[in-house]
Ligand binder design. Structure first.
Ligand code: NAP
Length: 281
């Protein structure tokens, strides 16, 4: 039996869809019938192909596009390319993000700050501005931005080396700015049929790039680690539902909604909001 086709006829554009949370969200949207435009940087063509194959394996439809989101010109045609291939973009998931350099806030160089804010803040806003006219004309749209717990300074005593926490301050600042934009846009679009939300893992989602930190943290804080399936479940809830103007924590959202946790096929129940991941040794 297939997952409920609640997004049949919809087109989604998911950035950073070559792996991790982005791939998981793309698969989950496809499982519910959305055609998905997958994008990442030109470094990730192979990962995007793998995402496309996985979507087709679920019986879905996908197309892939590469663009370096740090480059305003390269990203300026992404929505148009997706629309030419699949049709009007109804759902935009701004998942891609980067940490171009690790340095404490006192030392982060200008070039790294500029790249970080281009990828994590300006690119999502540009893609939103590209997709919005069509969404407005059709009176329906869903925009989901990915945020992070790092928008806030972790309480003392810091978990792990303080050095590591300080390295993430500028990344957190870019996500805090995106959250503020999310709330402002949701308010501007109130009543338009276009819903705008932000989603963050409770602490760490076990994407490939977060695997090491997830494994290291698990021993002391098993409840801090969640699966990418949990993020995809929460993303699906925000997109299929009627929320707008939420900065939602994945686990809290699932718990509030009493929503079971499904595999990326959108059908197989694998747990709930309290599910912990397991690591082999
Ligand atoms: N995993 C966590 O624990 C965690 C915690 C809090 C928040 N988040 C947020 O959740 C989202 C996904 O996290 P993740 O761990 O799945 O990320 P990830 O594994 O690092 O993947 C990031 C994705 O973004 C793409 N990307 C990065 N820079 C790009 C650029 N310049 N142009 C185009 N694409 C680019 C990457 O593709 P390329 O390889 O081609 O660059 C990749 O597809 C991010 O917004 C992250 O900030 C994650």
């Amino acid at each position: 039996m297939a997952a409920a086709q609640t997004l049949a006829g919809r087109v989604a554009l998911v950035t950073g869809a070559s792996r991790g949370i982005g791939r998981a969200i793309a698969l989950r949207l496809a499982a519910h019938g959305a055609a998905v435009a997958l994008t990442a940087s030109p470094r990730s063509r192979e990962g995007l192909e793998a995402s496309r194959v996985a979507i087709e394996g679920l019986g879905g439809r996908a197309a892939l596009f590469t663009a370096d989101l740090a480059d305003a010109e390269a990203r300026s045609t992404l929505v148009a390319q997706a629309e030419a291939a699949l049709g009007p973009v109804d759902i935009l998931v701004n998942n891609a993000a980067a940490i171009p350099a690790y340095a404490p806030p006192s030392k982060m160089p200008l070039a790294a700050r500029q790249t970080l804010f281009e990828i994590n803040l300006q690119a999502p806003i540009d893609l939103i501005q590209q997709a919005l006219p069509g969404m407005r004309a059709r009176g329906w749209g869903r925009i989901l931005n990915l945020s992070s717990d790092m928008t806030r300074q972790p309480p003392i005593p810091y978990p792990g080396p303080a050095k590591f926490v300080h390295m993430l301050a500028l990344y957190g600042a870019s996500k805090a700015a995106l959250d503020r934009y999310t709330l402002g846009l949701a308010a501007e679009l109130h009543g338009s049929g276009i819903h705008v939300n932000s989603l963050l893992p409770y602490k760490i989602a076990r994407s490939e790039s977060a695997e090491d930190i997830a494994r290291q943290t698990f021993a002391a804080h098993p409840d801090w680690i969640e699966s990418v399936e949990l993020m995809a479940e929460a993303a699906y809830l925000l997109i299929a539902g009627r929320h707008s103007g939420e900065i939602a924590v994945s686990r809290e959202l699932l718990a509030r909604a009493q929503q079971p946790l499904h595999a990326l096929d959108g059908e197989t129940v694998i747990g709930d909001a309290l599910s912990l991941v397991t690591f082999e040794n």
